[in-house]
Design a binder for this molecule. Structure first.
Ligand SMILES: Nc1nc2c(ncn2[C@@H]2O[C@H](COP(=O)(O)OP(=O)(O)OP(=O)(O)O)[C@@H](O)[C@H]2O)c(=O)[nH]1
Length: 281
């Protein structure tokens, strides 16, 4: 499945981010904890040109705790600063503030020696659509200053929000684009809900989801849908077993593949199938 989705405003957005970045001391790279590879913009490190960066693995309430642990080891080994966050509850924000202050401690000290006592640290959040940028800004600001929504691509609006004694956060996050060319990346983005539902084949995405879950989270499929899975079953057989269990049968006795796909993708998005991660280091 190849997903073609490169909104025309992307080039303009990139220029805006490059412009905003001139003001920024520390970049906050927001990733989805379920897909830290596929939710990373391949150009981000060249865009930010060596500025200090903290990686946030957001929606960590939805990802597999075992995978979270593996990613933690990976980032530790690669000496990268990372924090597990939940933009909604604010989990990880205290750690983020501490990490940003630590990253800039040498600059603040240098400025202090020059007599500049209230040096502020300016930060900006960068991330792909729907990863939780606006929710994080709102939670950090402690007020509803940016619009949040369930659909990818709703963030508009540049002001600074004071999030600690020293730290200012740009109220407009930078929307980056994922790596669309790779069909597997496209599929994972579709699964986590970062791609508009109308531009990919939902039944194909659901069938491939079953294939993935069978490989890595078979117990979740069995428990959630109360089905048996035999080694000889094709993925489509499992799809049909799930449809039958839920009674998704059309008049005339045919399986309602479309309704089954919608249900599966929706239950995945609502973490009803389980805490699922699609990528490990
Ligand atoms: N479970 C969970 N949901 C989250 C978390 N962070 C954000 N969400 C939800 O994810 C959806 C998208 O969040 P937004 O804050 O609008 O995402 P965004 O990155 O600003 O999206 P764009 O405006 O499309 O760029 C919303 O439904 C949020 O409630 C999180 O840590 N955990």
């Amino acid at each position: 499945m190849t997903i073609q989705w490169y909104p025309g405003h992307m080039a303009k957005t990139k220029r805006k981010i490059q412009e905003d970045l001139k003001l920024i001391d520390v970049v906050i790279e927001l990733l989805d904890a379920r897909i830290p590879i596929s939710s990373k913009n391949p150009e981000i490190d060249s865009l930010i040109k060596g500025k200090p960066k903290v990686i946030l693995l957001n929606k960590s309430d939805m990802s597999d705790p075992r995978s979270n642990e593996l990613w933690g080891h990976y980032y530790d080994e690669n000496k990268q600063d990372y924090i597990y966050t939940n933009s909604i509850t604010g989990k990880g924000i205290k750690e983020l503030i501490t990490a940003i202050e630590k990253k800039m401690a040498h600059v603040i000290e240098r400025d202090l020696k020059k007599g500049r006592i209230n040096r502020q640290i300016k930060c900006m959040i960068l991330g792909i659509p729907n990863v939780g940028k606006s929710t994080l800004i709102n939670t950090m600001a402690g007020r509803a200053s940016a619009k949040t929504g369930n659909l990818p691509g709703v963030t508009r609006s540049n002001q600074w929000i004071k999030v600690s004694q020293r730290i200012l956060l740009l109220d407009t996050p930078g929307i980056l684009w994922p790596k669309f060319e790779d069909p597997i990346v496209g599929l994972k983005l579709a699964w986590i809900g970062s791609i508009k539902e109308t531009i990919y084949d939902r039944e194909d995405a659901a069938l491939k989801l079953i294939s993935f879950l069978r490989e890595s989270y078979e117990h979740c499929l069995i428990e959630r849908y109360n089905i048996d899975i035999n080694p000889s079953d094709e993925d489509i057989d499992i799809y049909e077993k799930i449809a039958q269990k839920r009674g998704f049968i059309q008049k005339g006795g045919n399986i309602d593949y479309s309704r089954t796909a919608e249900m599966l993708l929706d239950e995945l998005k609502k973490t009803k199938i389980g805490k699922i991660s699609f990528e490990n280091p």
